[in-house]
Write a protein that binds this ligand. Structure first.
Ligand code: AGP
Length: 629
């Protein structure tokens, strides 16, 4: 997500901050900005500049209108969430009196209520962001805080106690010549502690260590719900939001700059796999409104128009199409509206039957996939309503849609989609629940109960990730396979397709996913002595003995010589006699299980590709965003 840099020390702050932002470019962003505190003595001023687009655009602004030199500065690269990627929405955001500048990574869930409160006090907002409320609240809290050494930190603590959601905040104040304050909840923040050649202390703030690794390797990691005050003379002071002292975790970074960008992982894909608990949690942030109603990001359709929907198409490509296949199970189950799922490149050529009462759900991580965009335009030409599930804010697909749910997964750099997929699946569940609620098919408490199950998913994914060592070892043992087959039933069928796609695109091994019941109608002939078959087993609690049928399918392939690799819930002992390897996943409600069962398949594909010596992040012949038809 957003990149954050802060600096207090003897060097020119703007130079340090811009260099830090350059090192955070890999995170992906759509605008950038900086602020410095200038002036001698207690009363100074803030100077800032910000611009949509790449850092080069900001640097051009700074070349035309240079900022005064300063030794305190903050900088930001923004990945748009609330409000499009424009100059106005770029960070830093200043308070109405221009005395406070704030940068932010995350989502402030209760920003709408706080914004109304500020507006009632006569404050005019100059952006559409959730962040701007913090600048106004911080300026007011500073004025109210008792004068003293930690006035600025006290103001930050008072504001943080009022915020809900996820945030890393860094702020500077015109009246604070030596101090920057920062805070974190659910979003990352690290402090770098260094000194210049002449022994003068200097301090850095970064959303990750790549921001300051060129200056120091000594870092302090802030805990959850903590505020750090960095003062030129007094150094670091860390407290919790109530003001109780806290001890940050000190460590030495032993990565080089390239490793730092990948968070120490060998590949962006591995980093993105590891980010899934956070990404899924972010997709779910702020989705339940005050009265238990589900909240999308943008809805330009009336309740009546939504109630009139009598048919849903889900249209997408590749991995996003697999998320769409899972959406069908959830939407039909919760709304009883018929759902068809189609690859975008086929959709418009077969003249689908569409009208005003058809909802077309388009799913795209990038928001720029040409096949999906063309399908969307065709649907709109036929007067259908379009709802987009998308990760990249401000991209074309959400712009042209009638309603949007952003996945808020943060930038995905690796070509193979991982956190993009799991967050799309979660977004599909939210869309299903949203439609059920609008149509009066689910009470608020029923929705809340399912949202609780959804909120348990990040911990379950984290649990799976902790147990991946044997899966990696298994991956290494599969690196010489010529063919690997994937089987699943019900929602595990799209998971099987996704597992096969990951393997094809990364390891260049022939892989196919099948609905387990289809095997006997032909594909079982592919099975030879030792053919690896990966079976995604549905929960033993799934309906109509789907589980039992899949256990039979495992026996059938094993009897024909297959090497069986089984992904099954903890406690499912029925699979054990027929499995050469069992990968365990936590108990999860049947419909939601794909978010958990897909993760080992991602890790497996990555490990096999790595063992075969391939570039995991940039597989041959593929592009991250496919902008041709
Ligand atoms: C997945 O690993 C792929 N690289 C690919 O299938 C991708 O999901 C597809 O091209 C759709 O992309 P989008 O989500 O950006 O539209």
């Amino acid at each position: 997500m957003c990149g954050i840099v802060g600096y207090v020390g003897p060097q020119d702050a703007l130079d340090v901050v811009l260099e830090g932002l350059r090192r955070l470019e890999y995170r992906g962003y759509d605008s950038a900005g900086v602020a410095v505190r200038v002036g001698n003595g207690a009363s100074g001023e803030l100077a800032s500049a910000k611009k949509a687009g790449k850092l080069a655009n900001l640097e051009k602004v700074l070349a035309d209108q240079p900022l005064p030199s300063s030794t305190i500065g903050i900088g930001h690269t923004r990945w748009a969430t609330h409000g499009g990627p424009t100059d106005r929405n770029a960070h830093p955001h200043l308070s109405a009196d221009g005395r406070v500048a704030v940068i932010h990574n995350g989502i402030i869930e209760n920003f709408a209520a706080l914004r109304t409160e500020c507006e009632k006090r006569g404050i005019e907002f100059s952006s559409e962001t959730d962040t701007e409320v913090v600048a106004h609240l911080l300026a007011a809290a500073y004025d109210e805080a008792p004068a003293g050494v930690d006035r600025f930190a006290e103001a930050m603590r008072a504001v943080c106690r009022r915020l809900e959601g996820a945030f890393t905040l860094v702020a500077t104040h015109a009246d604070e010549p030596d101090t920057v304050v920062a805070a974190r909840r659910n979003s990352p923040l690290v402090v770098g502690v260094g000194e210049t050649a002449d022994g003068t202390p200097e301090y850095f703030l970064g959303s990750d260590v790549a921001a300051f690794i060129a200056h120091t390797r000594e870092a302090r990691e802030l805990g959850q719900d903590q505020v750090v005050e960095i003062d030129r003379a007094r150094g670091l002071t860390v407290t919790d939001f109530s003001g109780a002292p806290a001890e940050p975790k000190a460590y030495t970074v032993d990565w080089d700059a390239a490793a730092a960008e990948k968070g120490g992982y060998d590949w962006f894909m591995l980093k993105e796999i590891a980010e899934q608990p956070r990404a899924v949690a972010d997709t779910l942030l702020g989705r339940l409104g005050e009265h238990g109603e589900l909240v999308l990001d943008e809805v330009r359709l009336s309740d009546q128009e939504l109630r009139d929907i009598d048919k849903v198409f889900v249209v997408a490509c590749g991995t996003a199409y697999h998320a769409g296949l899972i959406a069908k199970y959830a939407i039909e189950h919760w709304t009883r509206i018929p759902v068809e799922v189609e690859v975008a490149s086929e959709f418009r050529y077969r003249d689908p039957v569409l009208d005003r009462s058809t909802l077309v759900v388009v799913i795209s991580q990038s928001g720029e996939t040409m096949d999906t965009l063309m399908a969307l335009r065709h649907a709109k030409d036929q007067k259908a309503r379009v709802l987009a599930i998308c990760n990249a804010n401000g991209s074309t697909i959400p712009r042209e849609s009638d309603a949007v749910l952003y996945t808020h997964a943060g930038p995905e750099v690796a070509v193979a989609s991982t956190k993009g997929f799991t967050t799309q699946v979660v977004a599909c569940y939210l869309v299903g629940l949203f439609l059920a609620q609008v149509r009066g098919l689910k009470y608020e408490d029923e929705v809340a109960a399912i949202v609780e199950d959804l909120r348990a998913l990040p911990d379950k994914v984290a649990e799976v990730l902790e147990q991946m060592e044997p899966v990696r070892a298994l991956g290494r043992s599969l690196a010489d396979a010529n063919t690997i087959l994937f089987l699943g039933r019900h929602v595990a069928f799209p998971v099987a397709l996704e597992g096969a796609l990951k393997l094809k695109e990364l390891a260049y091994i022939h892989a196919e996913g099948f609905a387990a019941g289809e095997l006997k109608h032909g594909p079982i002939a592919l099975i030879d002595q030792g053919t690896p078959v990966i079976v995604v087993v549905p929960s033993p609690r799934s309906r109509e003995s789907v589980h039992g049928k899949v256990v039979s399918n495992i026996q059938e392939v094993r009897a024909r010589g297959a090497r069986t690799i089984v992904i099954a819930e903890e406690g499912d002992e029925d699979v054990v006699p027929y499995a050469d390897h069992v990968i365990r996943v936590p108990r999860t409600p049947t419909l939601l299980a794909p978010v958990v069962t897909t993760v080992p398949l991602q890790v497996l594909a990555c490990e096999i590709a790595d063992t075969r010596g391939y570039d995991v992040d940039q597989p041959r012949n593929l592009a991250k965003s496919v902008t041709v038809e």
